[in-house]
Write a protein that binds this ligand. Structure first.
Ligand SMILES: Nc1ncnc2c1ncn2[C@@H]1O[C@H](COP(=O)(O)OP(=O)(O)O)[C@@H](O)[C@H]1O
Ligand SMILES: [Mg+2]
Length: 168
């Protein structure tokens, strides 16, 4: 059986890793860390030193994610949840839902500062959040989108999201 994929995407600091791990437990899905995948599969085309960002071709990313999905298909999971700011570039026909996380700008700035991001990296990502860059890209890919604001959320909110996703 081909596993369902759930894409969890958003600007850095919106809470992808936090939410994706929680959802994977609530839904009995396997969890895939997109950053680790890029490193282990060595698919970064280059590394932008100034921006401290790996440049990754989205088709290579998709190829590697689908490989992981197929390996997990035999392990009894209900699906695979992909935690990555590239997750919305996966083809919509392979993805049952694309969760786009958002966050209030002041809070997002604080979270990125805590991650040790440089001023310019924080500015660039705040601009991406202001312009809804990821939401626009996910919409262009024609995903079934769940927009979820993580500024102030409770465990109950995450459980409610999981409930909605279970219905898919
Ligand atoms: N809902 C939340 N409420 C409060 N803090 C959060 C929430 N989600 C994430 N965080 C915190 O924000 C920071 C960034 O979260 P993280 O999951 O690493 O985001 P991402 O994976 O999108 O970069 C972490 O310090 C995390 O503990
Ligand atoms: Mg993360």
């Amino acid at each position: 059986m081909t596993l369902k994929l759930l894409a969890v995407t958003g600007t850095p600091g919106t809470g992808k890793s936090t939410i994706a791990k929680k959802l994977s437990l609530l839904l009995d899905y396997a969890y895939l860390d997109g950053n680790l995948l890029v490193k282990s599969a060595k698919i970064a085309k280059s590394y932008d030193k100034k921006r401290k960002t790996a440049i990754v071709d989205s088709s290579l990313f998709t190829h590697e994610v689908l490989k992981v999905r197929d390996i997990h298909s035999k392990k009894g999971f209900k699906g695979l949840i992909v935690d990555s700011h590239l997750a919305h570039f996966l083809p919509s026909k392979a993805v049952s839902a694309c969760i786009v996380l958002t966050c209030d700008l002041k809070m997002l700035e604080k979270r990125m500062a805590k991650k040790g991001f440089s001023k310019s990296k924080i500015r660039e990502n705040l601009d991406a959040e202001i312009f809804d860059t990821i939401l626009v890209e996910a919409t262009e890919k024609k995903h079934k989108i769940f927009k979820f604001d993580t500024t102030k959320i409770t465990e109950k909110d995450i459980k409610n999201l999981a409930k909605q996703l279970k219905k898919l």
